[in-house]
Design a protein around this ligand. Structure first.
Ligand code: NAD
Length: 363
């Protein structure tokens, strides 16, 4: 099994190094090769996604990605900005299904901005369609408005569109994921206003006919945003389009208290995937050795489960993370009174120690 390691910018190299350490400790004989991406690749190759990096990603069975971006690249033309690397990888590799679990660990219940009883035991999965919708729809652009009350003024426009196969494949992914969980899918739309999402709702309902063992509910996106903070535990799997998923998955992430804890996976039709933490490159803390590596380590666990067919190894990594939290170890973002503050490397070492059966020195 070959893994492309793309550390990227900011805290990316620091957190990916810890995840690589954890993968190596599993002794699965994984072959790993690193390549630059994002701002780092712009510096070395003049492009955020060089051909050589894309070729490595295409040839690999899975990709472990850190994060890209830095404010110093904000003035570059859009095509050369670091963030284009992740969009390019999604597009070139056909990564259409984005999995974002939002799990609230028992020890971190108090880190959430919601009341502990609302989030204790939270375990929901947001599945976002990643390659369609208004983010990719054509035509788009700026022009002089040809008609309407503001005819003759400058205007900008985008196109929201989804085809039946695009909706069908993400619906299958959601129903199959629900089967392995609590058997419920909430499909989020805006069918009351948007033609595209009336179509979305109809197609999801059609696909549901093949999954009579899974419960399906439809919910408008405004209500879903509200229910996520009112009663998040009522959800199991949430499936939605690219834009609504972008927003709702960040909202769900914050239910758990820290973005430093949340992994993600972006999968193609055959289960090949790109695995990355849900957070960005955190340039404000880069190079200080304080970033939380757990989201990246948990992303590696998702990789073992979804792309490398090693679910038992994924379980081991997840149990090791729980053990480290239970021992009271915390990076700054999840630290609270009475726990032991550790840096990025110590956190990674502690997960490796837990994996290999050594005692974790915590508090
Ligand atoms: P960010 O997620 O990088 O940081 C937001 C806040 O969370 C910061 O205070 C940061 O210090 C903190 N934080 C993030 N990850 C952390 C971790 N592992 N441990 C501890 N604290 C952590 O978001 P931002 O500041 O809006 O963006 C910074 C850069 O990251 C931008 O250039 C942005 O475009 C990029 N970005 C990249 C990705 C990606 O690579 N997929 C995703 C989001 C943002």
């Amino acid at each position: 099994m070959k893994i492309a390691i793309l550390p990227g910018d900011g805290i990316g190299p620091e957190i990916v190094a810890e995840a690589v350490k954890v993968l190596q400790a599993l002794e699965l004989g994984l072959e790993m090769e690193a390549a630059p991406v994002g701002g780092a690749a712009y510096e070395s190759h003049g492009h955020p996604l060089p051909e050589s990096t894309l070729a490595l990603a295409k040839a690999a069975d899975a990709i472990l990605f850190g994060a890209v971006g830095d404010w110093k690249y904000d003035k570059l033309e859009r095509a050369l900005r670091p963030e284009q690397a992740i969009l390019g990888l999604r597009k070139h590799l056909g990564l259409f299904a984005n999995f974002r679990p939002a799990i609230c660990y028992e020890q971190l219940t108090h880190a959430s901005s919601l009341k502990p009883e609302l989030v204790a035991g939270l375990d929901i999965l947001i599945i976002r369609e990643l390659t369609g919708d208004i983010y990719f729809g054509q035509p788009r652009g700026r022009r002089v408005a040809p008609d309407g009350p503001f005819a003759g003024s400058d205007e900008a426009f985008d196109t929201m569109r989804y085809s039946r196969p695009e909706i069908e494949r993400i619906a299958h992914v959601a129903f199959q994921a629900a089967r392995k969980r609590r058997g419920k899918v909430t499909s989020v739309d805006k069918a009351n206003v948007l033609e595209t999402f009336q179509f979305w709702k109809d197609v999801v309902a059609d696909v549901h006919a093949q999954y009579s063992d899974v419960q399906l509910e439809h919910m408008y996106v405004d209500n879903a945003a509200m229910q996520l903070v009112r009663a998040p535990k009522a959800f199991d799997v949430v499936v939605t389009g690219n834009m609504f998923g972008d927003i709702l998955s960040d909202e769900a992430a914050m239910l758990t208290g820290s973005i430093g804890m949340l992994p993600s996976a972006s999968l193609d039709a055959r289960g090949k995937g790109l695995y990355e933490p849900s957070h960005g490159s955190a340039p404000d803390i880069a190079g200080k050795g304080v970033a939380n590596p757990l989201a990246t380590i948990l992303s590696a666990a998702m990789m073992l489960r979804h792309s490398l067919a090693r679910p038992e190894a994924a379980d081991r990594v997840e149990r090791a993370v729980e053990a480290v939290l239970a021992a009271g170890l915390r990076t700054g973002d999840i630290w609270s009174e009475g726990t032991a503050r550790v840096g990025t490397r110590e956190m990674g070492d502690a997960v490796v120690a837990a994996l290999t059966g050594k005692t974790i020195i915590g508090r």
